[in-house]
Design a protein around this ligand. Structure first.
Ligand code: ZN
Length: 363
């Protein structure tokens, strides 16, 4: 059977030669890609050198040519070479797979010592912060917060507020008009009308919101700004309630020693009307700050805050409220100016430039 034995030996040698580079694997320092390529090659070798159609399996067919008494021995020879081939391939495959698995674990390992990426935390805009602070004060005084539309009809923006067609107040408050006779509201007073129509009286509300004027932007003017409107209507409401309310909220806003004063004024929707000032939060009314003329109050000791007055009987009649039974006061003021004074901003446009470096300073 020497010829058949030689055939088996030849198959073995051919395998050993082809397998030489995988026989003694040294994987240290190899790249994951290279090892993965080796694994694919070994898998290919496995297909060719094991299984029913492999060269070693073919040699089993020679058993018929071997003398009957030598067949068992020949069979054992073929089987042992077969096992040797399979064992070599399995061993190489196991080593390669282990390397790949370790390399992947290493690559995906979380390095907890690497500094984290801090997410940038947002915050409210300074106008919103101020608005919320004022809202809190009025809510604690029993006021509800009303919100309403920013696009209004002429009726709500002017007529219902006792500003008829041709009234000079329409001129100074000229706003933006749409093509269908609507206008962007030029004051939050429009909410007074809508709230009284909806809720009836008695009523106590404040209405914060955006208003619009046809102003060219400069350091102290922007075409869109924020107002807070207040309204209180009930039986027996007098100017003393108005003064007391404004007094109370500026004290809570700027400190217990803040005082207010009223100056006669004119607004179409209130009668009598008054502008109100409060004593400067910086110099506390002295007009001097650290030996110099105080900036926010320009040395006067007073800061103008807004307009106010007793709701005009025509406004009450317009919403179906009898002015002989009910009376009320209203007031309004702008947030941008207050904000600019509180934070010593020279230019109110800064608040709307959306420059994060600026806005980040006010949290
Ligand atoms: Zn001052």
């Amino acid at each position: 059977m020497s010829e058949e034995r030689d055939r088996v030996e030849a198959v073995r040698t051919a395998f050993v030669n082809e397998f030489a580079s995988y026989a003694d694997l040294s994987l240290n320092g190899q790249s994951l890609d290279a090892v993965e390529a080796s694994l694919r090659e070994v898998a290919d070798l496995k297909v060719r050198h094991t299984g029913k159609k492999s060269a070693i399996a073919e040699t089993m067919k020679l058993v018929g040519r071997v003398a009957p008494e030598e067949r068992a021995e020949f069979g054992q020879l073929v089987q042992s070479v077969q096992k040797e081939i399979e064992a070599s391939i399995d061993s190489a495959e196991a080593q390669l797979k282990e390397f790949i698995s370790n390399a992947k674990i290493e690559r995906e390992r979380l390095d907890v010592t690497i500094p984290g990426r801090r997410t940038r935390e947002g915050h409210l805009h300074l106008i919103t912060i101020l608005r919320q602070k004022i809202e809190d004060i009025f809510v604690s005084m029993g006021y509800a917060i009303e919100d309403d539309r920013e696009i209004e009809t002429d009726y709500y923006n002017f007529d219902a507020l006792n500003i008829p067609e041709g009234h000079p107040a329409r001129e100074s408050q000229d706003t933006f008009y749409t093509t269908d006779g609507f206008a962007l509201r030029s004051q939050t007073s429009t909410v007074q009308i809508r709230a009284m129509e909806r809720r009836g009286v008695p009523i106590r509300i404040i209405a914060p919101g955006k208003v619009f004027r046809r102003d060219t932007p400069d350091m102290t003017h922007v075409p869109m700004f924020h107002q807070i409107e207040g309204l209180c209507v009930d039986k027996g409401i007098t100017m003393a309630h108005l003064k007391g309310t404004i007094n109370e909220w500026v004290k809570r806003m700027f400190g217990e020693d803040t005082i207010t004063r009223m100056r006669p004024s004119y607004f179409p929707f209130t009668e009598p009307s008054a502008e109100f000032d409060y004593s400067c939060f910086k110099c506390h009314g002295s007009g001097q700050y650290e030996g110099d003329r105080c900036r926010p109050c320009k040395g006067s000791g007073w800061i103008e805050l807004g307009g106010s007055g007793m709701v005009h009987p025509n406004v009450l009649k317009g919403v179906g409220v009898d002015p002989t039974v009910y009376s009320g006061f209203a007031f309004g003021f702008g947030l941008e100016r207050m904000c600019a004074l509180m934070y010593s901003l020279d230019d109110i446009r800064l608040m709307f430039d959306n420059d994060v470096r600026f806005l980040e300073q006010f949290r």
